[in-house]
Design a binder for this molecule. Structure first.
Ligand code: SF4
Ligand code: SF4
Length: 176
């Protein structure tokens, strides 16, 4: 392996005193301000061909509208009879790069299914939202389309979602 040293760029007197950089930063800020102001003004005057100006979303009072295909929190799906679709094949747990899925399996009462998940936990504090678990599932039992992105919690333990919560059977409440 060859190591190529990267030389630090020389700092000139102009860079050292930062004044020029401050003025450059201000110039960029004001350029955006006036370009957006102009675009909004043209739109307000009815010029439909003007490019739309940037808008500030007033989150959290005004939550952003997510795209239909946005990758959000996981949810587990059910079959027609209301039972979870998951057959505890462990493919999602195996492929997960963050190792944040924990499944325990048990015999399913239906002999055509063989196994089902007894417990199914996802630690969203570790998840990197790559979507591999969804891709790996052979029975479409897990999706990342709950449209839920507000996943913060006060403890690490509360970042773990269990099976009833992922199925939507119970609301996610802090553990006591
Ligand atoms: S989205 Fe990626 S990191 Fe998160 S649970 Fe699925 S496979 Fe694991
Ligand atoms: S890949 Fe699908 S069926 Fe297999 S354990 Fe995961 S969610 Fe269940």
């Amino acid at each position: 392996m060859t190591v190529r040293p990267v030389e630090r760029p020389r700092r000139t007197f102009g860079t050292q005193i930062y004044l020029l950089e401050v003025w450059r930063g201000l110039a960029i800020t004001f350029r955006h301000l006036f370009v957006n102001l102009g675009r909004h003004a043209l739109r307000a005057l009815g010029v439909k061909t003007a490019a739309p100006g940037a808008v500030t979303i007033q989150y959290p009072e005004d939550p952003a509208v997510l795209g239909r295909r946005a990758r959000t929190r996981h949810r587990l799906l059910k079959r027609g009879d209301g039972a979870p679709r998951c057959t505890a094949c462990l493919l999602c747990e195996t492929i997960c790069p963050a190792k944040c899925i924990r499944i325990t399996a048990e015999d399913a009462p239906d002999p055509r299914i063989e196994k089902r998940a007894k417990t199914f936990d996802i630690d969203l504090g570790l998840c990197v939202f790559c979507g591999y678990c969804v891709e790996a599932c052979p029975v479409d039992a897990i999706r990342m389309d709950a449209q839920d992105v507000e996943l913060s919690a006060y403890t690490r333990r509360d970042m773990i979602w269990n099976m009833p919560e992922l199925l939507g059977d119970v609301p996610k409440l802090p553990r006591v």
